[in-house]
Design a protein around this ligand. Structure first.
Ligand code: G6Q
Length: 550
């Protein structure tokens, strides 16, 4: 692939950027009264208003040209065909197969995987229904009331986010907890008020070797057995596994009959709709889970088939590239105006930054441009009372995605109109600002005017959907997944590996014995690391009683 900065469309974009970079959204809107209706796209029930971006029609057509020249169409087709586009791990990338309808045909290495996907979904449905109805009994014969998902990264962030997002649809008689951190406080605080005889652990790990998850799973096993009289048979009633690694699951003591399978062509951060979503299915029930999968699938089909100029993930991906590479914006703020989406920015951080945090191209050459921007955010309106100041009046350009729904799930009172008024008012203020003339006309003393001016021209997308349903959540997540895909194709990177994360998995392993050994270890790190280890060992030995217990 020709390096990005040498592609024809890129050069044209650079020249075009020079020409229009100073254009103000105020002038763009004034020159085209229909801009706010025209620069929008709608598909599968999601409305995207991208008119408040610093673009013209020419920008869009050049970005679409860039997508064409970068081989986006071919790469989309290659992904859906099951080609091994995750080249550094020699794997297909087929999260889209997880939500393909029954009867679809998606072939990897000569095998149609759709029937296997649906067999696992059926097994999950059966299990979830038994837990929800109380038919699945714990070791002492009591029904399960608490479900604790143990996993980390892709095996945690999706389940947590989906549980929070779809809480409205969940069975409120069940309690859900999510344990991820190796910090013992996470496990201890998650189970302190739970009864082991009513608690089921879902150990979710693609590899079933991840230090944090395995450590927490063993602690959970001890906690369970202790609370249940020590009978090893209890494990089968209180532990199930979600994994690709049957051998390790069996070694842990979980009956592989209680294992829910997924496959190496599902990346961790793309796995919330695989068996990794078991906790989600127990929470909202099999029908709602399937409706979420249908939402994913509708967006997949839109992405696969819609022309680029009306393709929501393509448009969002290209706009992300425009700000990241032409305006040198370093971050993107994701601002859901929906309390249920409070974990959505954290979920997106993994999806976007693990996928796009790469510095070499598919061919292994240094990239010639910046890659993944930093994604961050908080639900509105809370963010308005903290970091929005910097977005409005700071020196950095921060493109924002505002997400909002037309209907609330909690109707009483005027809350929803007020919430929505805040979204629209924010995007308007960011785009149009307030000129010195306007500030003066308000009677502001001269010296205060510069402080009260909002220069505006701060870009945003508004994503509007009818209501936060399981289906809508599926569409929203797939929208971002495919936007990330689009960005990765332009940058010509492998969006599906994560060697930086793999590094973290081995680094600490070497050091654990040095912290734990009773004999003074022979340290051969740098002087800083050596003395930190020595200091920690001394601190550990001198630890007194817990002040909370005194
Ligand atoms: C995701 C990453 C990473 C992974 C976790 C957990 O794309 O690979 O976040 O999900 O490290 O891995 P396991 O599921 O194998 O425990």
């Amino acid at each position: 692939m020709t390096p990005l900065t040498q592609r024809r469309a890129w050069k044209a974009l650079e020249a075009h950027h020079q020409k229009i970079k100073k254009l103000h959204l105020r002038d763009l809107f004034a020159a085209d009264p229909k801009r706010g209706e025209r620069m929008t796209a709608e598909a599968v029930g999601i409305y995207l208003d991208y008119s408040k971006n610093r673009i013209t029609d020419e920008t869009l057509s050049l970005l679409i040209q860039l997508a064409g020249e970068s081989g986006l169409r071919e790469r989309i087709d290659a992904m859906f065909r099951g080609e091994k586009i995750n080249i550094t791990e020699t794997r297909a990338v087929l999260h889209v197969a997880l939500r393909a309808p029954r009867g679809a045909s998606i072939v990897i290495d000569g095998e149609n995987v759709a029937p296997r996907v649906h067999a696992v979904l059926d097994k999950m449905s059966d299990f979830s229904s038994r837990v929800r109805s109380g038919a699945w009994k714990g070791h002492t014969g009591k029904p399960i009331r608490n479900i604790v998902n143990i996993g980390i990264g892709g095996s945690d962030l999706g389940p947590v986010m989906a549980y929070e997002a779809l809480k409205h649809y969940s069975d409120r008689s069940l309690t859900f907890r999510f344990v991820s951190n190796i910090d013992g406080a996470d496990f201890a605080e998650s189970v302190r008020d739970l009864d082991p005889s009513e608690t089921l652990f879902i150990v979710a790990s693609k590899t079933f070797t991840t230090l944090e998850t395995m450590t927490n799973a063993h602690t959970a096993r001890d906690w369970s057995l202790k609370g249940l009289g020590g009978d090893e048979k209890a494990v089968a009633r209180h532990f199930v596994a979600v994994s690709t690694n049957a051998a390790e699951v069996a070694k842990f003591g979980i009956d592989t009959a209680n294992m829910f399978e997924f496959w190496d062509w599902v990346g961790g951060r793309y796995s919330m709709d695989s068996a990794i979503g078991l906790s989600t299915m127990v929470a909202i029930g099999p029908d709602s889970f399937r409706s979420m999968l249908d939402g994913f699938h509708q967006m997949d089909e839109h992405f696969r088939t819609a022309p680029f100029d009306r393709n929501l993930p393509v448009l969002m991906g290209l706009l992300a590239v425009w700000y990241n590479n032409l305006f040198n914006a370093q971050t993107v703020a994701v601002l859901p105006y929906d309390q249920y989406l409070k974990r959505f920015p954290a979920y997106l951080q993994q999806l976007t930054m693990e996928s796009s945090g790469k510095r070499v191209t598919l061919a292994g050459a240094e990239v010639t441009c910046e890659t993944g921007p930093i994604y961050w955010g908080e639900p509105g309106t809370n963010g308005q009372h903290s970091f929005y100041q910097l977005i409005h009046q700071g020196t950095r350009l921060i493109p924002c995605d505002f997400i909002v729904f037309g209907q609330t799930l909690n109707p009483p009172g005027r809350h929803h109109d007020m919430l929505v008024a805040n979204v629209f008012a924010q995007t308007e203020a960011l785009a149009f600002g307030k000129t010195p003339e306007q500030v003066k006309a308000e009677g502001t003393p001269e010296w205060l005017v510069p402080h009260r001016v909002f220069e505006g021209n701060r870009p945003s997308n508004t994503i509007l959907a009818e209501r936060l349903t399981p289906q809508a959540l599926g569409k929203l997540v797939a929208l971002y997944e495919h936007s990330v895909f689009t960005q990765g194709v332009i940058w010509d990177i492998d969006s599906f590996d994560q060697w930086g994360v793999e590094l973290g998995k081995v680094l600490a392993q070497r050091m654990i014995p040095e912290l734990e050994s009773t004999a003074e270890p022979n340290l051969s790190h740098d002087s800083s690391t050596n003395s930190l280890i020595r200091r920690y060992r001394r601190l550990k030995e001198s630890s007194g009683p817990d002040p909370a217990q005194q």
